[in-house]
Design a protein around this ligand. Structure first.
Ligand code: NDP
Length: 302
């Protein structure tokens, strides 16, 4: 657990929210099964990247716990792009598979964009296909939204954190986290209506932007880069960062750090997510949620 030095911030317990969502998903799965549809997620893992293998295992386990079908397709590191595209095509046409996820990163001989484009947008539960990205950016909520920013939105909503009119600063502009996060915060209505600033590695005077933020979303990938002195008093701090550092004193030999320096930030913030136990568990919970949505849309469609 994060070493929580006495601070004034209330903790946003992502593990507890994720658990509640997984229970909701379980109930929705039961209801869909009663209608003759068992939600199915296919996860494709190419190569033997150990971190990816861990993620894929947790996704499969979470699916099974929710009563959903989970298929893991393991392919060798030497897989060609054509071979992977053929698997995606088969899954696109498999009526028992409602969600397809190709675990990134892919070996260098495969163009990730070509793979993302090949996934049927109706099964793109990662929300990376340009059709789904385009829907989100045009304010059409009928597409799939990337799981991590969707999980952050859910954390804000379930803690009644008022985003309307708030100045939200998103640090990071990746297509997986930063950009969709900014788009969600801009949507009209609850959980949105924020005034959004997106910062990145070329931003001048990052600290001055942070100092004016009511809500800070850190998605940078740099251990403890944002410190308490950079924040406005009472800011809501959401730490997406997952920076694994060698630490022989732990059982696993590594320790996980966020992009935010928790001890100093928690003394200034009003709400804060810990790392681990904040945004991380929400990502898989929202993946299950997206898969249920995809499966639900097929009811009566056959
Ligand atoms: P990327 O590396 O794709 O993006 C990082 C972003 O941070 C880039 O936009 C980059 O700017 C910006 N950045 C880098 N250095 C600075 C700096 N010094 N000042 C301001 N901005 C900077 O990472 P991801 O978006 O994929 O992930 C971000 C973090 O979130 C990582 O720690 C990752 O592990 C974690 N993550 C956690 C998940 C979860 O489930 N909790 C899921 C996904 C990611 P530029 O564009 O200019 O290079």
């Amino acid at each position: 657990m994060t070493s929580a030095v006495a601070g004034s911030a209330r903790i946003i317990d992502g593990s507890a929210v994720a658990k509640a969502i997984r229970e909701e998903v379980k109930a929705e799965t039961t209801a869909l099964v009663a209608k003759g549809v068992k939600p199915g997620l296919a996860v494709v893992l190419v190569g033997e990247d150990p971190a990816s293998a861990v993620y894929v295992r947790s996704k499969g386990k979470a699916c099974e716990e929710a009563g959903m079908r989970s298929d893991t397709i393991r392919m060798s590191a030497a897989t060609t792009q054509a071979e992977l595209l053929a698997v995606v095509e088969r899954l696109n046409h498999d009526p028992e598979i409602h969600g397809i996820l190709v675990q990134m990163p892919l070996p260098k001989q495969i163009d990730p964009q070509a793979v993302i484009l090949a996934i049927n947008p109706a099964k793109d539960v990662d929300g990376f296909h340009p059709v789904n990205a385009g829907k989100l950016f045009s304010g059409d909520m009928s597409g799939f939204i990337p799981c991590t920013p969707l999980g952050v939105r859910e954390l804000l909503l379930r803690h009644d954190i008022d985003t309307q009119g708030a100045h939200a600063v998103v640090v990071g502009r990746s297509t997986i986290v930063g950009r969709p996060m900014a788009a969600l915060l801009l949507l009209p209505g609850k959980g949105g209506d924020a005034t959004v600033t997106v910062c990145h590695s070329r931003t001048r005077e990052l600290a001055s932007h942070l100092k004016r933020a009511n809500i800070v979303i850190a998605a940078i990938g740099r251990k403890e880069m944002i410190t308490g002195d950079m924040l406005k008093a009472g800011a809501v701090v959401i730490d997406v960062g997952m920076n694994r550092v060698d630490d022989p004193s732990t059982k696993s030999g590594t320790r996980l750090y966020g992009d935010v320096h928790y001890p100093s930030a928690s003394a200034v913030a009003s709400w804060i997510t810990p790392v681990p136990g904040g945004v991380g568990p929400m990502t898989i919970a929202m993946l299950l949620k997206n898969t249920i949505t995809a499966a639900g849309r097929t009811v009566g469609a056959a």
